[in-house]
Every structure is written in C-alpha cells, then in structure tokens.
Design a binder for this molecule. Structure first.
Ligand code: SAM
Length: 402
C-alpha cells in the first residue's frame, strides 16, 4: 500500500463498505446498538441542551454516579458530558499517532503484560531510524502529534531520549511531541522539555495508597509517581494522568479518590480505560473492568475538567466493538491510532486480545476517521493542545511543588 495525500480523508461510505475496519476485540460487553437510539450512527449528538444531572464537586453525587446502573441517569450524565465537551471543542476529535517504541520494562506491575517478570513476551526496541520512519509516515498521514510510549526501559537513558527528541524535533519543528515513558528524575524531565517534548502521559493508576500497594510490588511508590506528575506540570508540560477501571480490589471509593486527585492536579489530559487481564501476569485470572463504569468515569471526568483532552482508549475498543465510539459519546475527544511498525504491534501486549495489532498505520488512521464520522464527530488532525493552553518555552527548573 502506498501512502498519498488523498488518503488523509475517508467518507463514512468508505468505512461502511468495510474498506478500513480494524479487528474487533473478543469481549461481548456493550457491543450492540440494539434499543440504543442515542447511539445510532447518524443520530447527531448533543441535540438538546441537557440538564446537569449532578454537582460534580459533591463527593456524594460523584459516588452515586460511579455506581449507578440506571439507564436514564446514565444517559443524562453522558448528555451533560457531551454538552460540556462540545462547548469547548465542538464535534472535533483529535488524532494522535502512537509509537510504541520499546516493550522492555524494569517494573513489575501485577496487571501489566509487559512487566519485567513476563518471560514469555518477545521484547523489542525500535532504532532511532525506525522511530523517525514512523514519524515520517505519521506526518504523511496527517498527524501533528506523536506520542512516544514505552515500558520503563533503562536502555533508553536520559541521553538517548534527549537524542531521540532532538532528532524528531529537528525534522518536525511544529508537531506536538508527547512522551509516555514512566517515572524519571525531575532533571530528566527538564532536559526532555528543553529538547522539544511538550506533553507527558503518566497515569497515576490509582490515587489510593492502599489500593496502589495491591497492584504494585513494594519498590514502587505512589507518592513518587504523584510527585512526577506535579513536577511535570510545574516544568511546563501539558500533563496526562489517569487510571484503569476495575483493577482487582478496586472499590467505588477508590474511584472517588481518583476523581478527587484529578480535581487537585487539574491535568490537561486524562487516560481512562478498563482493566483487561493478560494471562501471563499475576492478575491474569481476574475479570475485566466494567465497560459501563468506564464510560461513566469518562463522563464524570469531563464534568470535573471541562477542557481536558480525554482519549477514547484502545482498551475501550477492545472490551467492546463500539467502545471507542461510545467513549466519545460519553465525553472523550481524542483517539490514538497506532503508528508503530506492524511487525512489533503484537508484542506491546499490555492485555490480551488487544485490537488493531494486525493493521497498517494507514488502515488504523482511515478506520478511525470512518468510525468517528459515522457517529457525527469531526476528525481533527491539528496539534490539538488543550483549549486555552499557553505554552511555556523554557522549563521552570528546580521548584518542588506539593
Ligand atoms: N511505562 C509508562 C508508564 O508507566 O506510564 C507507559 C507505558 S504503561 C504500560 C501504559 C498504561 O497501560 C499504564 O499506565 C496502564 O494504565 C495501562 N495498562 C497496563 N496494563 C493494563 C491492563 N492489563 N489493562 C488495561 N490497561 C493496562
């Protein structure tokens, strides 16, 4: 397949003809449009201004909506989230090109398929030339944000990450560069910022100390992870926090703590997806998180942080065939199609049955565009900084916060 300028756009008809459709996950939950008129393709979202169903600053109300399964309440919540989202972003959905450049990881999170202890996983690391190749392809496909994600890979020292950033920045001066490479020193984050990184994704995973201990080995620290987020924000990055819904031992109160943490940190981006088991991890036999509860957490986050950039995650698309579309209908406004080389995709195996592992980058891009248009949204390939964001040119150095 050759990539040309005119491949940057598809029509819904292209997609309905099945030209560009990714493999769907195996989870049956929530995949049907039966009886759900509000989600029928072509039905415009945000038809009527909804009445806000809750005070998003009331813990009692939040806890109620974390757990409610009442369909009317849930739809009122989603409608309110859509309304808030569209008041800042209209119908636009921002595209980010995701480059998973290493699946080596020195951590041993109990839920994660690329944990160090998973000896069955084939490991890979992309070379700088391969990484630049992904960027060039992404640029040709219209992407203006690259997201570089990896496990916590010690081979990628601060020097090597800096060199990678300088090479990418040199070739793509106007693109947004997002890093998602885990916990580093503040000095490292400052160097990366100076070398051209603009955004940083670091999910806090759970804001509860007690719950964090049940998901991670002793050597990992929630306090340090939270400190990284405060440092990143202070330096001048647009920062993404986030968490999984339905990890083992999670309670509704833990999810409330996640929302409270978001309220305090006020991140610019929030990644929320369902926990999905990976068979070679200690949590391989635990059930997946609830799809519906994940959607509610997205909607509540939208109400709490009206201007946040919230992705409809791959995990959502894995747990339900229309998961990402429903994520958008619950208030999300970003998608992150994969730009990694096809031959390594299956090895970035955070959880089982991950979708889009067999598609070319161009197919992922076109598939998402068709899916989005079918639901009345408008793909937007611009950088897509947070509404109202004013960039800082130089990092603020050495100020410790909180
Ligand atoms: N190493 C970086 C970090 O620590 O932020 C980025 C890579 S990490 C694998 C990306 C995210 O994948 C994690 O923050 C976690 O929320 C998510 N993840 C890992 N295992 C998962 C699972 N079994 N189900 C759903 N999401 C998972």
């Amino acid at each position: 397949m050759r990539f040309t300028e005119d491949m940057r756009h598809t029509t819904p008809e292209d997609n309905q003809a099945g030209l560009f459709s990714c493999n769907d996950g195996i989870y049956p939950a929530g995949g049907s449009l039966e009886g759900d008129d509000s989600l029928r393709p072509g039905n415009p979202p945000d038809k009527e201004a909804p009445v806000m169903p809750l005070d998003p600053h009331s813990d009692k109300a939040l806890l109620h909506f974390i757990t409610t399964e009442d369909p009317e309440e849930t739809e009122a919540l989603f409608a309110a989230a859509r309304e808030v989202r569209s008041s800042h972003y209209g119908r636009d959905v921002y595209f980010r090109g995701l480059i998973e450049f290493s699946n080596y990881c020195e951590n041993n999170c109990y839920y994660c398929g690329i944990r160090a202890g998973n000896r069955r996983l084939k490991r890979y690391r992309l070379s700088l030339e391969e990484i630049l190749g992904c960027c060039r392809l992404g640029d040709l496909l219209g992407y203006r944000t690259f997201v570089f994600q990896s496990g916590e890979d010690p081979w990628f020292t601060d020097d090597r990450i800096e060199a990678m950033l300088e090479a990418v920045r040199g070739e793509f001066p106007d693109h947004a560069i997002t890093l998602s490479i885990g916990e580093r020193s503040r000095a490292g984050y400052e160097r990366f910022f100076r070398a051209g990184a603009n955004r940083y994704l670091l999910r806090h995973e759970t804001a509860s100390e007690e719950h964090y201990r049940k998901l991670h080995p002793r050597r990992m620290s929630l306090r340090e992870r939270k400190q990284c987020l405060w440092d990143l924000k202070d330096i001048g990055y647009q920062v993404g926090a986030g968490f999984m819904v339905g990890t083992p031992f999670q309670t509704p109160k833990n999810l409330l703590e996640d929302l409270r943490f978001l309220r305090d940190l006020e991140p610019h981006m929030v990644g929320i997806g369902p926990f999905l088991p990976q068979e070679d991890t200690p949590f391989g036999n635990y059930p997946p998180g609830s799809f519906e509860q994940t959607l509610r957490m997205i909607a509540l986050t939208r109400l709490l942080l009206p201007r946040a950039l919230i992705p409809a995650t791959t995990a959502l698309g894995t747990i339900s065939p229309l998961g990402r579309e429903k994520g958008l209908m619950a208030g999300a406004n970003v998608v992150m199609p994969n730009l990694s080389p096809k031959d390594v995709r299956e090895f970035y195996a955070l959880y089982d049955h991950k979708i889009c592992t067999g598609d070319e980058a161009a197919e992922c891009r076109l598939c998402m565009e068709g899916r989005i248009r079918n639901f009345g949204f408008e793909p937007n390939m611009a950088r897509g900084d947070m509404a109202g964001w004013e960039a800082r040119k130089f990092p603020r150095a050495g100020v410790i916060q909180q």
